[in-house]
Design a protein around this ligand. Structure first.
Ligand code: ATP
Ligand code: MG
Length: 611
C-alpha cells in the first residue's frame, strides 16, 4: 500500500463561471477545523493504511479528505449527484482531496458494469479523484484483512464476542424504543473462547447464520445502534474482488468507519439516516485508536438532509425494479433519474451542479420541486444552446400566390420551385455564434395547432382572413384550408403579403399579432422526436411504502414524426438545441445519426406542471 503522495494544498480558488458559494454548516465546520488546526498534525502514508503506515508517512498535504462511497450495485442517480457535488466540491474548495471509494463489502450485489458506470458518471459530472499523481480510487474490499485484524483486537480486548443466539432470540432480546435490550447469554464468554469461535467462523467450520460477532457496547442504550451491533456474519458467497478467500463478511456499520479511518478521511459526510449511527462510529474508532491500530484524530461524521425530488424515485432498488420489469427501456432511459438517464435526456453536468448548489446543504430535509431541476437545466441551456425551428406536428401550408409574388424577387432561385433564402441568428444574444440559413418556398410545414378554421377567442394565429408572420420570413394571410373526405384539415392555404420579408426595409410596416415557426418542405429534414414527460403522476410516488408502479404516468413518452430545419443536419449525438417555441432538445446519445435524426425533449420552455 504505498503510492506517491499528493501535494494538493492549493488555496481554495473560486471556479470560473460559478457564483460565490453560500455558506452552510459543512463549510462552517471545515473552516473552523482549519482555523483550529484540528487535522493539522495528521500524517498520510501515501495510500490507505493502518496507524503505523500513516505514522511513517509525511504530514498530509491534503488539508481535508472527503469521500464519495457508492455501493456498486446500481447506476448512480440524482441523489448521488448531490453527494458527489458536496464531497468533491468541498475538497476542491478547501485544498483537499476527495476519494472515490467503492463500498463493496457486500459480496452478493456488486457488478463490474456498475463500477464502470459510476466512474463514468463522476467524471461526467466534472470531478476527478486524481490529485498530483495519486489516484484516490479505492475499494473497501481491499480492507478486509485489516477489518479482520481489528475484529480480533476487539475480541482480545474484551470489546466483542461471538453470539450464538438464534436470529429470533437476538431480535427479541434487542428490545425496542421503549424497552431496553437483554444481554445475550453468550455475552460474558472469555476473550480466548470468543477468539477461538471467531476463527472457526472464518475457517468455515459453522453454517451461515449460526453465529455472529457482536461488539460489546450497551444493551440498555436508548440508541438501538449501540445495543451490541453485529460486526461480522458468516456468508458463504464469492466476492468479485476477493473470490472465495472469505466466508465471513463485515457489516456495513462496522466497515464504513474503518474505511474512512484507513483513508484518513477528515470529514465523513453522509445523509441524515446515519445520524443515530454516529455514536457507534465514534465508539468503534476510539477503541481501535486505543489499541494502536489507527492513527488519531479519527474522522468525524457529519449528516445532511438527502435530496428528495418530487415525481422522482431515488432508491437503487426501486429504480432497478423499473428496469427489470421493463417499465422503462433501461437504466439510461431518458425518463430515469439516473445520471445516465438524465444525460441521455439532455441534462448537462452544469445543470446538476447548479441543482446541488441551489438545494443547499442543511440539516433539515424536505422536498425539492421537480421544476427546480428543470429550471436549472433551462438556465444552463438558454445561454448556450443554438436555436432551430422544428415542426412537431406538421401540416402543410400552401402559399398560393408564391410564384407571382416571388417570381422576380431578389435572391429567389429557380429550379424545381422558386425558393427564397432566409437566415436567423444561432443564438439571439450571442451573435458570435453565427447564423443559420434555410429556404422558404411555396410549401412550408407548420404546426397543426397554429391553424383554426373557426378560432377560439384570443387565438391570433392562422384562421381565414388573419395575418401572421412566418418567423424570419414573410407575413402571410390565411385564405382557407383543404380537407379530406372525412372533413379533417389536410392543408392550410394562405397568400403572401408582398414586401414583408424579415430584415428587408419596410418589412414591419404591416403589424401582426401572431408569429409562427415553420420549416420549408423543400429543405426540411424528417426527424423522430421523443416527447418525454414525468415518469410518475403523483409528487411522492413511493412515500409511506406506496406501490410506486401504480402511479406510473402512461403518457410519459410520445414519439412524433417531426420536420426540422436544415441546420440540424450536422447535429451530433448529445448536441443540444432550443427548438423555438417548443423547448430544449438533445440529439439522442444512442439512437441519433445524421442520416436518421432522433431528438429528445429535455425540458420545455416554461414550467407547465406547476400551474
Ligand atoms: P440507494 O438507497 O439508492 O441504494 P444508497 O445511499 O444506499 O442509495 P450508496 O451507493 O450507498 O447508495 O450511496 C453513496 C452515497 O450517496 C452515500 O453517501 C449516500 O448517503 C449518498 N446519497 C444517496 N442518495 C442520496 C440523496 N438522495 N441525497 C444525497 N445523498 C445521497
Ligand atoms: Mg446503500
Amino acid at each position: 500500500m504505498s503510492m506517491p503522495s499528493s501535494a494538493h494544498n492549493k488555496p481554495p480558488k473560486p471556479s470560473v463561471g460559478e457564483p460565490a458559494k453560500p455558506s452552510n454548516f459543512l463549510r462552517q465546520t471545515i473552516e473552523s477545523d482549519l482555523a483550529a488546526g484540528t487535522n493539522a498534525g495528521r500524517k498520510w502514508g501515501g495510500s490507505p493504511g493502518d496507524g503505523a503506515h500513516h505514522a511513517a508517512g509525511q504530514s498530509d498535504p491534503a488539508k481535508i479528505r472527503t469521500r464519495f462511497p457508492p455501493e456498486p450495485n446500481g447506476y448512480l442517480h440524482i441523489g448521488h449527484a448531490k453527494s458527489i457535488c458536496v464531497n468533491f466540491g468541498l475538497a476542491r474548495d478547501y485544498g483537499g482531496v476527495c476519494h472515490l471509494r467503492f463500498d463493496d463489502t457486500n459480496p452478493e450485489k456488486e457488478d463490474q458494469e456498475f463500477v464502470d458506470g459510476i466512474i463514468d458518471a463522476v467524471h461526467w459530472l466534472g470531478f476527478d479523484w486524481k490529485a498530483n499523481g495519486t489516484t484516490h480510487l479505492y475499494h473497501a474490499s481491499d480492507y478486509f484483512d485489516f477489518m479482520y485484524r481489528a475484529a480480533e483486537y476487539l475480541i482480545k480486548s474484551g470489546h466483542a464476542y461471538v453470539d450464538e443466539q438464534s436470529a429470533e432470540d437476538m431480535r427479541a432480546n434487542r428490545g425496542d424504543f421503549g424497552k431496553p435490550g437483554i444481554n445475550s447469554r453468550f455475552r460474558d464468554q472469555t476473550p480466548a473462547h470468543n477468539l477461538a469461535r471467531f476463527r472457526q467462523m472464518r475457517d468455515a467450520q459453522h453454517l451461515d447464520g449460526t453465529m455472529v460477532l457482536r461488539a460489546k457496547v450497551d444493551m440498555a442504550s436508548p440508541n438501538i445502534n449501540m445495543r451490541d451491533p453485529t460486526i461480522y456474519r458468516i456468508r458463504r458467497a464469492a466476492h468479485h474482488n476477493t473470490g472465495d478467500k472469505w466466508c465471513i463478511y463485515p457489516m456495513y456499520a462496522y466497515a464504513h468507519p474503518i474505511e474512512d479511518a484507513l483513508e484518513q478521511i477528515t470529514h465523513s459526510i453522509c445523509t441524515l439516516e446515519f445520524e443515530d449511527q454516529r455514536p457507534w462510529y465514534d465508539w468503534l474508532l476510539e477503541k481501535l485508536i486505543e489499541g494502536g491500530l489507527l492513527q488519531a484524530p479519527p474522522p468525524r461524521q457529519y449528516e445532511f438532509a438527502r435530496l428528495n425530488l418530487t415525481y422522482v424515485i431515488t432508491s437503487k432498488r426501486k429504480l432497478a425494479a423499473l428496469v427489470y420489469d421493463h417499465k422503462v427501456s433501461g437504466w439510461d432511459d431518458p425518463r430515469m433519474p439516473t445520471l445516465v438517464g438524465l444525460r441521455r435526456r439532455g441534462y448537462t453536468p452544469e445543470s446538476l451542479r447548479l441543482l446541488a448548489e441551489r438545494t443547499g446543504t442543511s440539516k433539515s430535509g424536505g422536498w425539492t420541486d421537480y421544476s427546480t431541476l428543470e429550471g436549472c437545466l433551462r438556465e444552463t441551456l438558454d445561454v448556450s444552446a443554438p436555436r432551430a425551428m422544428a415542426v412537431l406536428d406538421p401540416i402543410k401550408l400552401i402559399i398560393t400566390n408564391w410564384e407571382e409574388t416571388m417570381g422576380g424577387a431578389e435572391g429567389a432561385q429557380g429550379g424545381d420551385g422558386v425558393l427564397d433564402d432566409c437566415s436567423a441568428p444561432l443564438h439571439p444574444h450571442l451573435p458570435e455564434m453565427g447564423r443559420r440559413n434555410f429556404k422558404i418556398g411555396r410549401e412550408v410545414w407548420i404546426e397543426r395547432s397554429d391553424f383554426e378554421e373557426t378560432p377560439q377567442k384570443g387565438f391570433f394565429r392562422l384562421f381565414p382572413g388573419n395575418r401572421v408572420r412566418l418567423k424570419y420570413g414573410h407575413v402571410i394571410e390565411c385564405t382557407g384550408c383543404g380537407k379530406d373526405a372525412a372533413g379533417s384539415v389536410t392543408q392550410v392555404h394562405a397568400t403572401l403579403v408582398p414586401d414583408t420579408k424579415s430584415g428587408t426595409p419596410g418589412s414591419d410596416a404591416i403589424k401582426v399579432k401572431g408569429v409562427i415557426t415553420w420549416v420549408a418542405v423543400a429543405d426540411g429534414i424528417p426527424a423522430e422526436v421523443r416527447l418525454y414527460d414525468r415518469l410518475f403522476t403523483v409528487p411522492q410516488p413511493d412515500a409511506g411504502g406506496k406501490d410506486f408502479l401504480a402511479s406510473l404516468n402512461p403518457h410519459s413518452l410520445k414519439v412524433v414524426r417531426a420536420v426540422v430545419e436544415p441546420s440540424l443536419a450536422n447535429a451530433r449525438a448529445e448536441n443540444k438545441f432550443q427548438f423555438e417555441r417548443h423547448g430544449y432538445f438533445v440529439a439522442d446519445r444512442i439512437d441519433h445519426t445524421p442520416g436518421k435524426p432522433v431528438f429528445n425533449l429535455a425540458v420545455g420552455l416554461k414550467d407547465s406542471w406547476g400551474r
